[in-house]
Design a protein around this ligand. Structure first.
Ligand code: NDP
Ligand code: OXD
Length: 317
């Protein structure tokens, strides 16, 4: 097959050590394309590139590509691109990978079980030398509320239903999912929060979801509920979260994402006894699987000239 000589740059954040692995995997998945790490692009390459594959890139790098028509993110969350490319004509395609959804669903189940089976309490008791069994609660008596019923939220909901939990979910548009109580709108959110023991956040970060989990919304949860945030740090108001944890209104928070990442060493979350902290690892991307999905989208674009549609700039996700 004839090789397409217009390069496809791969652009990652400064600290990303996986660039060679991504370039190799993408090249393997697209042998008829020329995938080039940003640092290896010639001036001509920069001039001609119409498509770029990106992993949370520095926006200044995108500005060096004057012919760019669209970018394919290998991250599922694209809030930074949506902001950086606002007002431009450049299209954004994000990663939608069933393998990523399965990994996230596994993480949601794992950390829901961690909270459900009272592991934070048993850990604290162990540290105090306390031998004190707690009453067993069956999953059928535990309500899990999922914020966001998209690719990751739906897969997670199905996994929780299989495990026997009572599951509710909240989305922008009304939905119908087997075994899941589906809610939408402000009233739907209030209804869901009031009956949730474990709240799982899988929303995209947008103008509408930034700071959504603040004093008023967290205050609607029953006393002693817990939070799992696997989405984006800025969806949660940190001061309100800290106050709810300090008072015991919220029993525990499992936090994988933060407003600033890596989380600064002096941040309160590191030491808080009611926080379990993870380094943005709940759903790692499988490079080979993602490269295959990106390759399918690029191939379709080469054949039809049409940019695959999956991110709507106006709604922010
Ligand atoms: P999707 O776009 O597929 O789903 C988003 C869901 O959120 C949809 O159900 C959508 O509603 C809902 N939603 C969006 N805005 C609102 C709103 N204002 N009110 C109510 N519901 C809303 O995203 P994914 O499931 O693929 O990913 C979700 C997020 O997970 C990503 O944006 C990313 O931030 C995060 N993520 C975290 C990872 C990690 O390792 N920690 C890994 C990968 C992703 P509707 O269905 O009506 O459109
Ligand atoms: C993300 C990702 O969006 O890792 O967090 O894909």
């Amino acid at each position: 097959m004839k090789r397409n000589d217009t390069p496809i740059p791969f652009i990652a954040a400064e600290r990303n050590r996986e660039v060679p692995a991504w370039v190799a995997a993408l090249q393997r998945a697209m042998p008829d394309e020329r995938i080039v790490a940003f640092k290896d692009l010639s001036l001509d390459d920069k001039e001609n590139a119409t498509v770029a594959i990106v992993a949370n890139p520095d926006p200044l790098r995108l500005k060096e590509l004057p012919s760019l028509r669209w970018v394919h993110s290998v991250w599922a969350g694209v809030e930074r691109l949506v902001t950086d490319l606002a007002g431009s004509e450049i299209g954004i395609v994000r990663l939608v990978d069933p393998k990523l959804a399965a990994t996230m669903a596994e993480a949601v189940l794992a950390w829901t079980l961690y909270l459900h089976r009272e592991m934070p309490t048993y850990l604290a008791q162990q540290r105090q030398g306390l031998w004190r069994p707690l009453a067993y609660v069956a999953p059928q008596s535990r309500s899990v509320g999922i914020l966001g019923l998209g690719e990751l939220g739906r897969a997670s909901a199905a996994r929780l239903v299989d495990a026997g939990f009572k599951v509710c979910g909240w989305s922008r548009q009304p939905k119908s999912l087997a075994g899941v109580g589906c809610l939408s709108g402000a009233d739907g959110l209030a209804t869901m929060l009031a009956q949730t023991d474990i709240l799982v956040c899988l929303l995209p970060l947008t103008a509408a979801t930034r700071g959504l989990l603040a004093a008023e919304t967290l205050g609607r949860l029953p006393q002693g509920a817990s939070l799992i945030n696997f989405a984006r740090g800025a969806i949660v108001d940190d001061a309100a979260l800290r106050a709810a944890l300090d008072s015991g209104a919220l029993a525990h928070a499992v936090l994988d994402v933060f407003t600033v990442e890596p989380l600064p060493r002096e941040a309160w979350q590191w030491q808080h006894p009611r926080v379990t902290l993870l380094p943005h690892c709940s759903a790692a991307t499988d490079i080979a699987s993602a490269a295959h999905i990106v390759a399918c989208n690029v191939r379709r674009y080469r054949e039809t000239g049409e940019i695959p549609a999956n991110v709507e700039l106006a709604r922010g996700y």
